[in-house]
Design a protein around this ligand. Structure first.
Ligand code: MN
Length: 204
């Protein structure tokens, strides 16, 4: 019997070439169409016929270990990452409202926060993710996670994710992760990050 695919590949909210010149269509086509699609397919095949087949992606991430955790968390992480990007001419280039206030109080300025996120991205050894997270008291924090690991398992609320796996930038920037991060800021839509921070407040 063939398995019913439970999770499907997200549709990007932009065309593959719309993040150019900062992220190429070729990178998006591989990153979304090959890497993320692979994580989705692998997750579906690992949950087929198991109790995980009835769980949400978040529930799987909180319970699973090993290959299933790795693939399911990579699906979550990439959906989160691709959703926060937008064409440069459509991005809100600065945070606003509650998030801006929290950043200014806790990091001094948006520029300081971006410097710290950039530093964390450049110094993370190997594959992983850099996150801006909040706890339930709205304290912001920068954390890095290796491989597929994810702040949800630490009870934190992710706000912003930077993918520092080489597959995220190698086509466009080769070994220069620093150039990739510099480019990333141009296509980060702070409107989405504002909404994620506001959602924590609304959920309480
Ligand atoms: Mn990736």
């Amino acid at each position: 019997m063939s398995a019913v695919a439970k999770f499907s590949l997200m549709t990007l909210p932009y065309e593959a070439n719309e993040l150019e010149p900062y992220i190429s269509a070729e990178t998006i086509n591989y990153h979304h169409g090959k890497h993320l699609a692979g994580y989705v397919a692998k997750t579906n095949s690992l949950i087929d016929g198991t109790p995980y087949a009835n769980m949400t992606l978040e529930e799987i991430i909180l319970k699973a270990e090993g290959a299933l955790f790795n693939n399911a968390a990579q699906v979550w992480n990439h959906e989160f990452y691709f959703s926060e990007l937008a064409p440069a001419n459509k991005c809100q280039h600065q945070p606003k409202g509650l998030l801006l206030k929290a950043i200014e109080e806790q990091f001094g300025s948006v520029e300081k926060l971006k410097e710290k996120l950039t530093e964390a991205s450049i110094s993370l050894f190997g594959s992983g993710w850099v996150w801006l997270v909040s706890d339930d008291k709205y304290n912001l924090q920068i954390i890095t996670t290796p491989n597929a690991e994810n702040p949800l398992t630490k009870g934190l609320f992710p706000l912003l994710a930077i993918d520092v796996w080489e597959h995220a930038y190698y086509i466009d920037y080769r070994n220069s992760r620093a150039d990739a991060i510099k480019a990333f800021w141009n296509v980060l839509d702070w409107r989405i990050i504002d909404k994620r921070f506001d959602a924590i407040h609304k959920s309480k």
